[in-house]
Ligand binder design. Structure first.
Ligand code: NCD
Length: 333
């Protein structure tokens, strides 16, 4: 695998924000390499033998948690999983106390999902030895989702003889509450892609275009109707309506929302006939996307889940070995 000594600036992965394009591509290239391991009869390599990975998931998760666990196991790391109800945070312990308790057992990596934006950053600031990976923090970022989405898009484009840069990406739906949208936005702006955010004002606030927000960084626009938003898109990323994060009324009702912004084959055929569709899952079928699209030939939905394992192998491997080299440097100093 590629040598990481000089290329990863941070020992943690907290977000796509702040990564360089080279770092992003390093993760993607390693994920491509690791996907070969998944096709082997015996899916096991010794790369992280003797390392310990803790999955601390304080919010529900099916695919992210299991793919981190499978990835760590394929790499021969020892893994333990702690979920919300099993952790002492449910007895009133602070997140920081829980994290210090876990660090006292000398894990190498701590994968954290938390409902509060910024929780992984807090741990990264206070933990001395443990590498922190953000597996989704509130409405903020979900970096490994964006990486696996980019990996999946790149695979598709390769078949068409195209590269991952200079494409048109539409991100449709509840952008306001979506960490997947934010991480993908950062990634596609780094890659030099054109991004259109599609949705009503309540779900796609105008301030995404402000000079201090994403609008200051690249080719980004907002569309208030689906037809204009997906016009000519190469990739359409559907977002789940984050009903659990919507304290107020962001749409008059779901039926009406779905009539206007639900991604359908009819609209794609007319306005983005060559597009592929992604959805991070879990999907609300019939709300943000139709089953016809999700299960149809343009959908990369299952491929995303498949690529989630190789992506997380790459992240675990690069961060665990990066930490080793940092430690060696410290020991030699
Ligand atoms: C996403 C998440 O949890 O942010 N799901 C996932 O990790 N695959 C998207 C979502 O829940 O909407």
């Amino acid at each position: 695998m590629t040598d990481t000594d000089c290329i990863l600036a941070s020992r943690h992965l907290l977000g796509i924000e702040g990564l360089t394009r080279e770092e992003l591509l390093l993760f993607l290239d390693n994920a491509d390499n690791f996907s070969e391991v998944m096709t082997r009869e015996i899916k096991k390599v010794p790369a992280l033998r003797g390392k310990t990975v803790i999955n601390l998931f304080l919010e529900p998760s099916t695919r992210t948690r299991s793919s981190f666990e499978i990835a760590a196991k394929i790499l021969s790391a020892d893994t333990i999983n702690i979920s919300g109800s099993e952790s002492s945070t449910s007895k009133g312990e602070t997140l920081l106390d829980t994290a210090h308790t876990l660090e006292a057992m000398n894990p190498d990596l701590l994968i954290i999902r938390h409902k509060e934006s910024g929780a992984p950053h807090l741990l990264a600031k206070h933990l001395k030895r443990t590498v922190v990976v953000n597996a989704g923090d509130g409405t903020h970022e979900h970096p490994t989702q964006a990486l696996l989405d980019c990996m999946t898009i790149r695979q598709h484009l390769r078949i068409k003889g195209r590269g991952l840069s200079g494409i048109k990406v539409a991100i449709v739906g509840d952008v306001r509450h979506s960490r997947v949208a934010r991480s993908n936005l950062y990634a596609h702006l780094l890659l030099g892609n054109e991004v259109t955010l599609v949705g009503p004002e309540t779900l796609v606030p105008q301030d995404f275009l402000g000079p201090k927000a994403f609008g200051g960084k690249g080719k980004i626009s907002i569309a208030r109707n689906l037809q204009d938003g997906v016009k000519g898109a190469d990739v359409v990323i559907c977002l789940r309506m984050q009903l659990e994060r919507q304290a107020g009324n962001y749409v008059p009702n779901l039926e009406e929302y779905s009539r206007e912004f639900g991604v359908s084959e009819r609209v794609l055929k007319a306005h983005a006939p060559d597009s592929v569709v992604l959805h991070p899952g879990p999907a609300n079928r019939g709300i943000e996307v139709s089953s016809e699209v999700l299960d149809g030939p343009r959908s990369l939905f299952r491929m995303q889940v498949h690529n989630g394992v190789a992506t997380r192998m790459a992240v675990l491997f690069l961060l665990a070995t990066h930490k080793d080299s940092t430690h060696k440097e410290l020991a030699a100093a």
